[in-house]
Design a protein around this ligand. Structure first.
Ligand code: ADP
Ligand code: MG
Length: 368
């Protein structure tokens, strides 16, 4: 099922008298989601992710804008007829019901012709349980399950109605690191197996990048960028997106363009043909630094951390906004840790320019 969000806006009225303090949770959001794909909706806490999901499933009514499933405008449809399965951020299972009863619950709540026969319900619940591999747990109660198992029950419960669309709101946030990794792979597998169009919400960029066919990055209710995870990483449209994706994060320096050359603290770094004179932010991905004796960027070496395959060179540079600069280079390279200075060359495709005020990307073709 293709999903189309068209200029979606959601405002919540202010608590204060006279309606002041109104919150715009989602602002003019337009997004196309292709049938059968898994989309990662990504952004910091409070950026409007949950509100977006709530509008898609019908729990919140948009202030303006439309929502389409395929050709059908579902904006005014009540939640129960939209065919959406949702796993909430705090997936609450019914504690007094067994796993099987929890999974059956949404079917038993169906009314009239939509309600399947008893036999059909049990068959579907069995299928959903098998899909998330919890068949052997069907008679247990939620408190007798691990966090990961509870999460799978919540997913089975969302799948049992055979939804057209599956919405997962930070489904892994209650799990420990190892289980998170395992469960996210399982969600990815289940999604591929069922082919249900899925929106996966997270504030964890690594999680979103690893399992999504497409990511959509939001900030303060506004869609910043959408695309294949690698494309967005390699071609961020602004400083916010560049900073939000990648661990360690991109290194950001105060810099300047003068006479079509990029300067860091008066030091020429690389040619920037066609870019007008102006102060800029320059972002360099950690993997974009190459240790080089006559390299144009000189940092003060702090320490070298072993990461196994790679090493992380931690240093400082007076023009670096965050204080520390992190370079990731192959551990096969000899690094002289006796020096207090470290000089780097920059890999042109890992260097991005941004407007100093707006943070918008400045297109350029660097020459070294
Ligand atoms: N029911 C509500 N009433 C008032 N403000 C709300 C309500 N729900 C969410 N908000 C506000 O809308 C913004 C977006 O919230 P939310 O969609 O929950 O963000 P996220 O899921 O990305 O953390 C926040 O500023 C939040 O405080
Ligand atoms: Mg949320």
């Amino acid at each position: 099922m293709d999903i189309k969000l068209q200029n979606l806006t959601k405002r919540f009225p202010g608590r204060r008298r006279g309606g002041s303090g109104e919150v715009t949770a989602v602002s003019d959001l337009s997004l196309q989601i292709q049938d059968g794909t898994l989309v990662g909706l990504l952004g910091p806490s409070g950026c409007g992710k949950t509100t977006t999901l709530n509008m898609i499933c019908g729990l919140e009514k948009p202030t303006s804008g439309r929502i389409f499933f395929g050709e059908e405008d579902v904006t005014d449809l009540p939640p129960e007829v939209r065919g959406v399965g949702m796993v909430f951020q705090n997936y609450a299972l019914y504690p007094h019901l067994t796993v099987l009863q929890n999974i059956l619950f949404p079917l038993e709540n169906l009314k009239g012709a939509a309600r399947p026969s008893r036999e059909e319900m049990r068959r579907r619940a069995g299928e959903a349980a098998a899909l998330v591999q919890i068949e052997s747990l069907r008679d247990r109660r939620p408190r007798e399950l691990s966090g990961g198992q509870q999460q799978r029950v919540a997913i089975a419960r969302a799948l049992v109605k055979m939804p057209r669309v599956l919405l997962l709101d930070e489904p892994l946030s209650n799990l420990d690191a190892r289980l998170r990794l395992q469960t996210r792979e399982e969600i990815c597998k289940i999604q591929k197996k069922t082919g249900i169009t899925t929106i996966f919400v997270t504030h964890d960029q690594e999680e979103a990048m690893s399992i999504s066919d497409c990511i959509a990055v939001m900030k303060e209710g506004v869609l910043m960028q959408q695309g294949h995870p690698q494309r967005v990483y390699d071609d961020p449209s602004n400083l916010f997106v560049a900073r939000f994706l990648g661990t360690p994060p991109i290194n950001v320096f105060e810099a300047e363009i003068r006479g079509q050359v990029l300067y860091l603290l008066g030091q020429p770094v690389m040619g920037a043909p066609g870019v007008p004179d102006q102060p800029v932010w320059v972002g360099v991905r950690p993997e974009g630094f190459t240790p080089k004796e006559d390299g144009p960027v000189t940092c003060d070496l702090d320490r070298v951390e072993a990461l196994g395959r790679d090493v992380s060179i931690v240093c400082t540079h007076p023009a670096c906004a965050a204080g520390t600069v992190r370079a990731i280079v192959s551990s096969a390279r000899e690094i002289n840790t006796d020096c207090s200075k470290m000089r780097f060359g920059l890999q042109p495709d890992k260097v991005f320019l941004f407007h100093r005020d707006s943070g918008a990307r400045i297109p350029f073709c660097p020459v070294s």
